[in-house]
Structure formats: C-alpha cells, structure tokens
Design a binder for this molecule. Structure first.
Ligand SMILES: Nc1ncnc2c1ncn2[C@@H]1O[C@H](COP(=O)(O)OP(=O)(O)O)[C@@H](O)[C@H]1O
Ligand SMILES: [Mg+2]
Length: 260
C-alpha cells in the first residue's frame, strides 16, 4: 500500500522536477538563444556547451568545447524574456507599435555585436582581453580565460599582485589609443592569473566619438586607482589620465615622463 502510494507519487515529482528544469533552461536559453547556439554549432565554432560559469543580471556565461577539444567562453546576453513577453502581449495586433516590436531584442543583439567588435579592437591593440571568436544574435563566443574548466578569478576575488596596476593602466592606454574606452572597468571586470590581468566585459565599451567617452575614461581610471589605493598603491589620476591620452603606449605609466 505504502509502496503503491510512493510509486504513484514519484511520477508526479519527476514531472515537477522536469517542469522546474525546463523552466530554468527556458529562462537561460530562450528561443532566440537556442537558434543562435544552433547556428554557432553549425558553423563549427563550438561543438558543445558544458556548463554555466557565471549567471548575471545581463548575461550568462558558459564554458563550451570546440571540436578540437579547446575551451571557449559563450556569453549569452539576456533578452528579458518575461518583460519582453509581457510587453509583447500589449503590442501584438496593435498597428501603432509595429516599429516598436522586436526593438528590445535588437538592442541586445547590438550589445553582443558591440562586445565582439570591441574585443577585435583589443586584439589588434594588444590589450589583454579574451580573443573574439564569433558572434551571433545575442551571443558572443570568445577565448576562455581559465584553466581546467575553471575561470580565472576576478581581481576583487584574488586581490592585486605586483605589476597588476601598471598592466591594467597600460591596457587602458592601448585601448584608448586604438579609439576605445571600456566604460565599465573595475576590479569586477578583470580576471587575473599568474600572468597579466585580463580586461573583460566589453559590451558597453564606447568609441572616442561618444560624447561621454572622456567621462567614462575618467570613471574607469578612477575605479582602478581607488581599488589599488585601498592596498596602499597611490597614483595621481590627473597624471595617469594625461599619460593615457598622450601619444603612443609606453611600457608603464612610470616610463611616460622619461625620455628614450
Ligand atoms: N572569456 C572568459 N573566460 C572565462 N570566464 C569568463 C569569460 N568571460 C566571462 N567570464 C566569467 O563570467 C563572469 C561574468 O562575465 P562578464 O563579461 O563580466 O558579464 P556580466 O558582468 O555582464 O555578467 C566573469 O566574472 C567570469 O567569471
Ligand atoms: Mg562583468
């Protein structure tokens, strides 16, 4: 009797778990993301998606493997499914909103494309950043920065090591000299390991033509200097900004005023 009850209950529980799983998966991989992923796999960029590395407010990042067995990071920008669907309900069939339909999606696609293009600029400029591999709709595929399936820690998690500050500022200068400002730089968007720190999360990076580019640069530099100052490494923001804006990248901020 007891057995029969439990065996009758189990399918219900399985059903519940399956529903929960589907719910999670459909929140992470919406229709657009699944289609884009299929395309990326078709192109042979990656063979399979392994597991999530990070789930954030704006994006989820997954570890993926290529046919050759190499790792890649797959960043999927969120198309706010619930928000979008809720709004869509009011839009469908209303001719006034024809232009509005799909707009949010396009915005997210533009973000992914921007991150990819910014990573290309970084690659050309020699900035330590993930190498861009592919983008499709709301997905950016890039070099995986980590080891044995584990992403390198962020600067905030690992704390600074010697030379980190100089390396980061030089990368900010390289990007700037290549016409790009990160615009969301902080100890949270830097991954560190034994070598040089890597600047990640370039989706909001702006070209120097943006009217707020200089303001963003000042904020980026301010964030970094503030973080390192809390470890006793103080630098004058004005001098650093002048060095970043002035001429070709030199080996370190200290080297800037010297000649030869
Ligand atoms: N190329 C990458 N290689 C390894 N891990 C990454 C990579 N890109 C992102 N991550 C992981 O995902 C986290 C979030 O990535 P990020 O680009 O900052 O997205 P967001 O802050 O918008 O969620 C990072 O802190 C890191 O742990
Ligand atoms: Mg981030």
């Amino acid at each position: 009797m007891a057995r029969r009850v439990s065996s009758r209950k189990r399918p219900a529980r399985d059903d519940f778990l399956l529903k929960e799983r589907n719910k999670i998966e459909s929140e992470v991989f919406d229709r657009a993301a699944l289609l884009a992923l299929a395309k990326i796999m078709q192109k042979g960029v990656i063979e399979r998606v392994e597991y999530p590395i990070s789930t954030g407010k704006e994006a989820n990042v997954f570890l993926a493997t290529s046919k050759g067995g190499e790792s890649a990071a797959v960043k999927i920008y969120k198309i706010e499914t619930t928000h979008f669907l809720r709004r869509k309900e009011y839009l469908e069939g209303d001719p006034r909103f024809k232009k509005f339909r799909g707009r949010e999606r396009d915005l997210v696609f533009a973000f992914a494309q921007k991150e990819f293009k910014n990573l290309q600029v970084c690659e050309r400029a020699g900035v330590h950043a993930p190498k861009p591999l592919f983008f499709q709709k709301n997905i950016v595929v890039m070099e995986f920065l980590g080891r044995e399936g584990k992403a390198f820690p962020t600067l905030i998690e690992a704390g600074p090591a010697e030379g980190d500050l100089e390396s980061i500022l030089l990368d900010v200068k390289r990007a700037y000299q290549a016409g790009l400002v990160h615009a969301d730089l902080s100890e949270y968007n830097i991954l560190v390991h034994e070598g040089a720190p890597y600047l990640i999360d370039w989706g909001q990076g702006v070209a120097l033509g943006h009217k707020k580019a200089q303001e963003y640069l000042e904020r980026d530099v301010g964030n970094i200097l503030k973080y390192f100052a809390s470890f006793g490494l103080e630098k004058d923001p004005k001098a650093i900004l002048a060095w970043i804006r002035d001429g070709m990248p030199t080996s370190s901020p200290e080297a800037a005023p010297r000649k030869g």
